[in-house]
Ligand binder design. Sequence first.
Ligand SMILES: [Zn+2]
Length: 285
Amino acid sequence: MEFAIFKILFFLINAASVLACDFHTSKYVSHPHLGPRQLVRRGKRETLDWDYINSADWHTIRPEYATCNTGTHQSPINLQTSQGLSLNHKPDFSGYATQPQVSGTFFNWNFGPAYSLKHEGEDFSTLPAMKFDDETVFLAGWHIHFPSEHLIDGVRSRAEMHLVHVDAAGKPKSVVGVRIESVPNPDARSAFLDQLPENLIHFNDTSEVEGVTINPMSIIDEVDGLKAFWTYQGSLTTPPCSEGLRWFIPKQPLMASEAQVVKLLGSARFSHRVEQTAWLHQVNV
Ligand SMILES: [Zn+2]
């Protein structure tokens, strides 16, 4: 009998903790498919069942990650200058320009600096819009990988920032992958990076800074307005590696001073997925 009571008590305690754990009001659950956004919720780090050291074997961890191995449009890939640049799917950032100052939460996604734009409830359509083809998508946030995930002619950059765009309901649709390079000239600073908080938050630190304002257009301006770019059909670069995303990789990297890059590296850790074989990606098509 005592055992039965204990079991009931145990059940009630567990039920209460599940109810208390209301992810639905968390600002990150609105991006449930983004991978990186799932890693921090209310200042608490989720325990990951994958890591970057074994990124070629993600599909062996659990069935939900099967696409990481069976997908036909997996990211990241090696892009080649011999392929030329895209004349199709040209992105239009005029929706960024109409919002020169957005507010959001700055944090570290366990691998590097990250930022989530503030929005109302589950409606993402008020966020800065990017248009391509007949689609309008909205900037939900960004995070930085070290070193870059995409390669150009087999070469990686120091880092790569992913500008994650979603539809009005929050489903990921497109990512702009901005490579970050360092320039020896100490005066050649990235104005975008200078907008970030002085403390970039260490990868082990789950603290968050609310109300950080940035000008999203400053990123696009620093990569030459994305006038020259590669584009292809790809996937999330973290489990579950879902496909159906259009990638844009500007030819011009974001140029930061060596001091800025050193500072970024001080907050980060290794976070690129193993290169994927280009297959049905339709690069620039
Ligand atoms: Zn990413």
